[in-house]
Design a protein around this ligand. Structure first.
Ligand code: G3P
Ligand code: CA
Length: 258
């Protein structure tokens, strides 16, 4: 067993190393208040969550482009308005006891963080299709306005969509921002440097030591999704990954039995 194995570390990982992906989504309905509350109660230092823009311009925390998996119905959520989305049941797909969970907007999560000093830092993932620069600018402007309206909000703004990052970067000059990729593309580090981004978020299963070294030697923060196994987490931490995003924060934060 490695000296740094999770099993030998009292208290296991540090809170600052663990990000609850879509909240504590392994056991709670993803991207809901109950999943965020559970993440905080478990001691996760971070929460990752997805933000989309609706037809009326409102922002909503929701992963999929369409209804069907986490909410009954069909169709593109981005073609709906907030009053239509606000009444969706986004809990009962996970378990019937969560039937009361409704979608929430980013401003609610920002207010929740501000309500107590130890609440997790938020990783906002802007969901936006590539090739629609006007849509990217629109969602960037809306999220930037929400963050500006919450002074002291602790977050990282991230996206796969480079147009969205390019649009939001100048609007929030002091907010950390990160590009999300799967495997590391050859131009990702230079894009981050040119745009003034502070980090790269990679699919941890596709990260190798050479890519990790390229990212770290450029002075970028390195965070990985979506890591649910201890073995994979240890492989990544040993390569210098600073945060793992996981559906099961309890696996990494709950002390082992003596
Ligand atoms: O933020 C990184 C990760 O969440 C991207 O994948 O599909 O879970 O949003 P996805
Ligand atoms: Ca995400």
């Amino acid at each position: 067993m490695s000296e740094t194995s999770l099993a030998t570390v009292p208290g296991r990982l540090q809170s600052s190393q663990v990000c609850a992906h879509r909240g504590a989504s392994g056991h709670y309905p993803e991207n809901t208040q109950v999943a965020f509350d559970a993440a905080a109660a478990l001691g996760a230092g971070w929460i990752e969550t997805d933000v989309q823009q609706l037809a009326d311009g409102e922002l909503v925390i929701f992963h999929d482009e369409t209804l069907g998996r986490t909410a009954r119905g069909e169709g593109d959520i981005r073609e709906m308005t907030w009053p239509e989305v606000a009444v969706l049941d986004v809990g009962s797909w996970k378990r019937s006891e969560f039937a009361g969970e409704r979608p929430i907007r980013p401003n609610a999560l920002m207010a929740w963080q501000a309500a107590a000093p130890d609440r997790p830092t938020i990783i906002w993932e802007i969901k936006c299709d590539d090739g629609y620069p006007t849509a990217a600018q629109r969602i960037a402007g809306a999220l930037a306005a929400e963050i500006e309206a919450h002074p002291g909000h602790r977050c990282v703004v991230s996206s796969f969509n480079r147009e969205a990052l390019t649009a939001i970067r100048p609007l929030l000059p002091t907010t950390p921002m990160a590009l999300i990729v799967e495997a590391l593309p050859t131009d990702a580090v230079s894009f981050c440097r040119e745009q003034g981004l502070e980090g790269l978020h990679l699919d941890g299963h596709q990260l190798d030591a050479n890519s990790a070294q390229r990212i770290l030697s450029a002075g970028l923060a390195l965070r990985c999704y979506t890591i649910n196994s201890e073995t994979e987490a240890m492989r990544l931490l040993e390569m210098g990954v600073e945060v793992i995003m996981t559906d099961f924060p309890e696996r990494f934060l709950t002390a082992l039995d003596p």
